[in-house]
Design a protein. Structure first.
Length: 548
């Protein structure tokens, strides 16, 4: 099987926060799982370095878009590495290969008759003497009457045109923009109305798209797909490769989402691979992003792929709901956020990955609470999983001189383990990661209960052979927990692999022959309760300091 996994491209205009992590972490879990099964996996993403958000930040700091993009791209790479993200290729949209490939996609759409020129009215700032990109226009959403940007309303998920906004104003100077005429290329999205309806119907039948993606996409299609401008009068982006359109850029709506394909093409070129061996009608593709990005992945990107005759349409859409922070909406503008660069320097990456998966907003909004984060780490990662591993290995070190006993594995334990593989196999492949991790830890708690009930500290004195059986079962469980948890908790699984001196972790139930334990150390350390108040105080101080 060929598996393509595309993680949404974070804008390189500010640091990553918990919302980014909640949306993007499923991609790495799914990629690791399929690789462990021996499938051919291509996991790509990159930093979005083009378009309006970078320009806004550069204007605010009186610097260049390149300086801003370089700073945050490097920071993203550092954070993803610290968290164990296993991208096969992480690139950036200001890379030469991306610009050239996007221009070729644009020309293919033009050649296939899906693009046409149109003179339109566009917001123009007389103060700044420039046409305003969609995100440079702010106002009131005409649908839900809440504050919105000119491209999309985050409250009701409506796709907008800046001219639709009520009480429009320029984001840079705050003045009301005027309206001027300009010429742009439009994409004939209405031509793909029926194929897109068929795609969402098929995806709903197969249950491969999240419910929010199906519901929102059906809403967009029911309203009828309007043709949309795919070029813009902006300074930062991919040049339109058509004479007479010098100075105009290809709009982010098709430029950024095309990054999944352009990154794959560059990876294939660097590795001597044929791109059609990956992007074809038999490919399984996963798109990983937040709820606000659904229309770009369920409508716009499939329409672009159809327009260039690429058959690798999205088979799976993993679109998480929103994450709140201490019962309040995440807000970067108010500095109400937990920033990933800080988080990865203070906490174990598996602790972060565990909580962001077990508390993931897969089907409804969830809340990040520092108190809950500490509780989950201490009671589940440390108290259940880490405790079971450490008490087993320390017992073997004390009573077996560090060599694991070799004995028959209890058939009921083996049967339960095989069932666990089958269950997690289905859950991860369908993107139900939270439910899968909950099931694994249900089994971890059963393993601790088994240890307690068998009382090996008594058996070793009264019935040594029975103790051999119990400890063999415990080691068996640990080996298989480490394998099943590798996609979720790669760092602790790697530690267990080292302690048991295993060559690799596979995706199949296995028994381990007798082996010498090596460098046994606890998997996790306890988080001190007093640090909860420190984190909460820091959160409030940062937000207060920003307001002041």
């Amino acid at each position: 099987m060929t598996v393509i996994i595309g993680g949404a491209w974070p804008y390189a205009n500010g640091s990553l926060h918990l919302g980014h992590l909640a949306a993007l972490l499923p991609g790495d879990i799914i990629a690791r799982y399929f690789r462990q099964k021996g499938e051919r996996v291509l996991y790509v993403s990159g930093s979005d370095c083009n378009g309006t958000p970078i320009s806004i930040r550069a204007n605010q700091e009186n610097t260049t878009t390149k300086e801003i993009a370089d700073r945050y791209h490097d920071e993203f790479v550092h954070c993803f590495n610290k968290l164990g993200f296993s991208y096969d290729f992480y690139t950036r949209t200001d890379a030469k290969h991306h610009h050239l490939s996007v221009q070729n996609i644009f020309l293919t759409l033009l050649e296939n008759g899906h693009l046409y020129k149109k003179t339109i009215e566009q917001a123009y700032c007389e103060t700044d003497q420039r046409f305003l990109p969609d995100r440079f226009v702010e106002g009131i959403c005409p649908h839900c009457k809440k504050q919105a940007r000119g491209d999309q309303c985050d409250h009701c998920s409506s796709i907008l045109d800046p001219l639709d906004l009520i009480q429009k104003k320029c984001k840079l100077c705050g003045m009301e923009p005027t309206i001027k005429e300009t010429e742009h290329f439009y994409y004939a999205f209405q031509n793909f109305q029926q194929p897109l309806e068929q795609l969402v119907t098929k995806s709903a039948q197969n249950k491969n798209w999240r419910n929010n993606a199906i519901a929102l996409t059906r809403r967009y299609l029911a309203e009828g797909l309007p043709d949309r401008a795919v070029t813009r009068d902006i300074s930062n982006g991919v040049d339109v490769p058509v004479k007479g359109f010098e100075g105009k850029k290809i709009y982010v709506w098709i430029e950024a989402v095309s990054g999944y394909l352009t990154a794959s093409m560059e990876w294939a070129k660097l590795h001597g691979e044929n791109i059609t061996d990956w992007w074809n009608e038999n490919s399984r593709s996963y798109y990983i992003h937040g709820k606000d990005n659904i229309p770009f992945h369920s409508v716009i990107w499939p329409a672009v792929l159809m327009g260039i005759d690429n058959p690798a349409l999205p088979t799976h859409i993993i679109s998480n709901e929103y994450l709140t922070l201490e019962k309040r909406k995440l807000s970067t503008s108010q500095n109400w956020a937990v920033w990933i660069p800080d988080l990865v320097e203070k906490y174990h990456p598996d602790s972060i990955r565990y909580f962001m998966t077990i508390n993931a907003p897969e089907n409804r909004d969830t809340d990040f609470s520092w108190r809950e984060f500490f509780h989950r780490h201490n009671s589940e990662l440390l108290g259940a999983y880490g405790n079971f591993v450490h008490r087993t290995f320390k017992f073997i070190g004390k009573y077996y001189n560090g060599r694991t006993p070799e004995s028959l594995i209890d058939e009921s334990i083996k049967a339960e383990t095989i069932k666990l593989y089958q269950y997690i196999d289905e859950e991860i492949s369908q993107g139900h990661l939270k439910r899968g991790l909950e099931k694994i830890f249900e089994n971890v708690r059963k393993a601790n209960k088994y240890f307690d009930e068998q009382k090996p500290w008594q058996l070793i004195k009264e019935a040594p052979s029975s103790c051999d059986n119990v400890m063999s079962n415990c080691v068996y469980l640990i080996v298989n927990f480490a394998q099943i948890l590798q996609p979720f908790l790669p760092f602790s699984s790697e530690r267990i692999k080292e302690m048991l001196q295993l060559e690799e972790l596979t995706w199949q139930e296995r028994e381990l022959p007798a082996t010498n334990l090596s460098n046994v150390q606890p998997l996790f350390e306890r988080l001190e309760q007093k640090e909860i108040e420190v984190e909460l105080e820091r959160l409030h101080q940062n937000a207060q300091g920003f307001r002041n």
